[in-house]
Design a protein around this ligand. Sequence first.
Ligand SMILES: Nc1ncnc2c1ncn2[C@@H]1O[C@H](COP(=O)(O)OP(=O)(O)OP(=O)(O)O)[C@@H](O)[C@H]1O
Ligand SMILES: [Mg+2]
Length: 260
Amino acid sequence: MSTAFDMTAGQVTIDGRKILRGVDLTVDDGEVVAVLGANGSGKSTLVRALLGVQPLSGGTTLLYGRPPARFREWWRIGYVPQRLSVGGGVPATVREVVASGRIARQRRGRFTSSADRQAVAAALNEVGLSDRAGDPVSSLSGGQQQRVLIARALAGEPDAFVLDEPTAGVDAGSQQMLAQTLSDLVGRGKTVVLVAHELGPLEPLVSRAVVLNQGCKVHDGAPPTAVGAHALPGHDHVHPHEPEPAESSLPSWVLAQEKA
Ligand SMILES: Nc1ncnc2c1ncn2[C@@H]1O[C@H](COP(=O)(O)OP(=O)(O)OP(=O)(O)O)[C@@H](O)[C@H]1O
Ligand SMILES: [Mg+2]
């Protein structure tokens, strides 16, 4: 089995502040890994560093065995960044944005092929936006725009998907659509790294969960739903009327988070 992502002691420092503090993370082909953690815990920074979009200030990271600067097979990775405002003033149509997902597959100077057109049509169909293909992206709802970004990643037919909070703040219909798409990808044996605040209905799809707290990996293993909703990352508000849980009933990574 080959390894899609392999970070060792990954460190990110921005303006002298340590944002990622020595994270080890290996994602094998076919794994479905959730990256969980509270706001600002470093989830987006971690996936950006995994992809080489965010340079490391220490440690190493490999994409299919190569450091980002020597990686050439970008078509193998479909990245859906968090809160990308596609459309922001640019009158691109849904089809154009989705077609941009084919760029890493196209040879220089080659025009769009029928394989490109088919992949774009299939991706639009998968996310239920075939009938909106000619519309400006800016005319779509937030959830539909998120689906456009997913379709762009799908259109590239990558081996690995890196999705940064794809369901955050989208309508119920789009959430359902995304869950279905994710489940299809998992069924097809794709590698998935999924950033989320909470897994919710996606939990059964995930083979492993990594939890970040203040730039440190504090858990790497089974998804943490077994310990109850209050232990979920991000659920860090106080319930003054409830008794303190017995410390021994909580796994160590939860305690580490609460003490931080
Ligand atoms: N470009 C940047 N400049 C300055 N600080 C940054 C930058 N990118 C991230 N940070 C800081 O690094 C920390 C981690 O940010 P990051 O976006 O990775 O967290 P996150 O877990 O993805 O948060 P969220 O759940 O809100 O998406 C935060 O404190 C953030 O303010
Ligand atoms: Mg984020």
